[in-house]
Design a binder for this molecule. Structure first.
Ligand code: DLL
Length: 445
């Protein structure tokens, strides 16, 4: 039987998956308000929101514009934990088609639920950014995201099927085998975390495979922060065009936003999400183009209608038109999270600033680990940096110059002087999913 996507693609003047991506901004606002009313009605089924609406006397009719969202209650990860496991469910269990969850760094996971419609919408939203990033029905896609409670594997999988392409659901891990499949099934598209893409490129070379000999043309990467410099490295190492996509399980999973071929920010699927960018301390909106914490409201999710979810992700919004013709607001790449911002001797530092600085230095591999200690009253930071094999040397003078170069660049960007420890090639742990870049030993005191 011929491959078929579950819905035929509608023709649009702009080459995109869904005409909704080019909606006139006035019509978009009307649609958002209409959908927000419906979402508030669904949220009434959740005791947490019902109580908040009763306390404030707020009704759907009081919402006139997307900006009125600010009258609605905020939801945090702690609220989800406090109502573990399924206190935010707005439909009977019999209507749930899928559960996912995030592992969480402490204790229990948080669960999210989807109705059949939710799963279908999710697939469609993933199809949008995949199509924007070059995916076509004739392609084969290698998915190296974990399949399981993590939303990465399944979300992307159904998006690819929606477009009508073929999926190789390899899942994460066993990198040698991944390379065999990349060689033998000749996929044009690779999907995983950006750190795992680099890991794959590295293992390819170790196995004597030149990644440029693979048939890969595009990569869709997300699930963790990465820098522009890292994109350049992935593109150079794998000989592909790399696209960024963003999402989080609490509001959907992947499919919240993704890049088009202009690579000038990720288009937020605004007909399904209302986005706010706020000062994390005051929760007041920041000006356009300024960095702040993103808050998302999913406008169409039936099973768990989460309102105003505080993501902790720091990014900026861009409203100027994109040459691609899509009309939605775009988000810059995430520069960090309010909870991974390191306060080092009073200065605010994001791991991404350190990554950006050290990847500018020739001879440095994109593998590093930031370790924080507080032996006395003062914080001490050591950045372990892996040196590329061709640059690793037993000549003290060369290594000292490299170390000083890295130290100077990081200090210029962050204002903090950090100890740099150069480590031999292949010594830092590689990630197969989301990478861990920071070890904060200060909390253990
Ligand atoms: O990571 C969903 C996802 C899977 C997105 C695959 C894209 C691709 P969670 O496990 O709930 O969901 O983690 C969400 O990951 O709040 C961000 O901090 C981070 N994150 C996700 N995508 C990006 C990205 C998935 N492109 C958390 N850039 C989010 C930076 C990202 N951070």
């Amino acid at each position: 039987m011929a491959k078929q996507s579950s819905a035929p693609r509608k023709k649009t003047p702009v080459d995109c998956w869904d005409p909704a991506e080019t909606l006139d901004p006035v019509l978009l606002r009307d649609l958002q308000v209409e959908r927000l009313h419906a979402q508030m009605r669904r949220a009434q089924q959740v005791p947490f929101y019902r109580k908040a609406f009763e306390a404030s006397g707020l009704k759907p009719e009081d919402i006139w514009s997307p900006e009125d969202i600010r009258h609605l209650p905020i939801t945090t990860k702690d609220d989800l934990r406090d109502h573990y496991p399924l206190g935010f469910l707005a439909v009977p269990r019999s209507e749930v088609a899928r559960y996912h969850g995030s592992s969480g760094t402490t204790g229990k996971p948080t669960f999210v639920a989807y109705t059949r419609n939710d799963v279908d919408t999710w697939a469609d939203l993933c199809a949008r950014f995949l199509y924007a990033g070059g995916l076509r029905p004739e392609h084969t896609v290698h998915v190296a995201f974990g399949y399981g409670l993590f939303t990465g594997g399944f979300g992307l999988h159904y998006g690819i099927e929606k477009v009508g392409a073929a999926v190789v659901p390899v899942a994460a891990g066993n990198t040698q085998r991944q390379i065999l499949l990349l060689q033998d099934l000749e996929p044009e598209v690779l999907i995983c975390t950006p750190s795992y893409a680099l890991n794959i490129a590295e293992v390819c070379r170790e196995e004597g495979v030149d990644p440029h000999d693979l048939k890969l043309r595009y990569g869709h990467f997300g699930g963790e922060p990465w820098t522009e410099k890292m994109r350049q490295q992935i593109e150079a190492e794998l000989g592909i065009e790399a696209f960024n996509n963003y999402g989080l399980s609490e509001v959907l999973g992947p499919g919240v936003s993704g890049e088009c071929a202009e690579h000038n920010g990720m288009h937020i699927q605004e007909d399904h999400f209302l986005v706010e960018c706020v000062d994390p301390d005051t929760l007041e909106p920041v000006t356009d183009g300024s960095y702040g914490e993103l808050i998302f409201t999913n406008l169409t999710k039936e099973a768990m209608p989460i309102l105003r979810y505080r993501t902790r992700d720091i990014a900026a919004l861009e409203t100027c038109p994109c040459p691609c013709g899509r009309t939605s607001v775009r988000m810059h790449r995430v520069v960090g999270r309010t909870d991974d911002m390191l306060i080092i001797r009073g200065a605010n530092v994001y791991p991404s600033q350190i990554e950006e600085s050290l990847l500018r230095v020739e001879g440095v591999a994109p593998h590093y680990l930031i370790e924080l200690h507080r032996p006395g009253a003062l914080d001490e930071v050591t950045v372990k940096v892996e040196v590329l094999p061709a640059f690793f040397s037993d000549k003290m003078r060369l290594m000292q110059a490299l170390r000083e170069d890295i130290q100077r660049r990081i200090e210029t960007t962050t204002g903090v002087r950090m100890q740099i420890e150069l480590v031999p090639p292949q010594t830092l742990e590689r990630s197969i999913g989301k990478s861990k870049r920071v070890l904060d030993h200060r909390n253990m005191a």
